[in-house]
Structure formats: C-alpha cells, structure tokens
Design a protein around this ligand. Structure first.
Ligand SMILES: [Cu+2]
Length: 94
C-alpha cells in the first residue's frame, strides 16, 4: 500500500514536470507598472496561449521579487507565466 502511494506520488511529480516543460511558451508584453512592495507587475500582454487567455492588461505576481529590479515601465518583455497556488505568476523573463 505504501509502495503504491510512493509510485503514485512519483508519477504525479513526473506528470507535473512534463506539463511544465511543455507549457514553456513565452508571451510578449509591455510593462505598465512595477509594484516592488507588493511583488507585483502590471503587464499589457499578448495572448497567453497556454492559459487560453486573450490579450489584455493585468497584474501578475512574480516568483522572485528580484525580477522586479530588471523591469521598468514601458519596457518590452517576453515572459513565462505559471499558475502557482491559483495565482498567475511570472516565473521567467527573457
Ligand atoms: Cu490576462
């Protein structure tokens, strides 16, 4: 029983890793506002293909606040978004 649980958990981890690797589609956007205190950035983004989200302006969290130091208003970026604990989060910047 314990072994089955371990196999199940391992399979889940593998599946998650695989889906992350497959979901690595960068999206283009323009920084509208950086909120360093809140650890958030507002981005005018193109379609988020992996999330089936049309182009719009919205606020994202960032996986690491240090990312915000690389961002400034008006900057054109390419970024990777993941849903972390239900919140859309910028996990990578080009
Ligand atoms: Cu959006």
């Amino acid at each position: 029983m314990q072994l089955l649980k371990i196999i199940g958990a391992t399979t889940l981890v593998l599946a998650a890793t695989l889906s992350m690797a497959m979901a690595a589609t960068f999206t283009k956007g323009t920084v509208k506002k950086v909120d360093a205190k809140a650890g958030k950035v507002s981005i005018i983004h193109e379609e988020l293909v992996d999330l089936e989200m049309p182009a719009m302006t919205m606020v994202f969290r960032v996986a690491d606040k240090a990312m915000l130091e690389r961002l400034e208003k008006g900057q054109d970026i390419e970024f990777l978004v993941e849903r972390i604990k239900g919140k859309l989060t910028v996990v990578e910047l080009k």
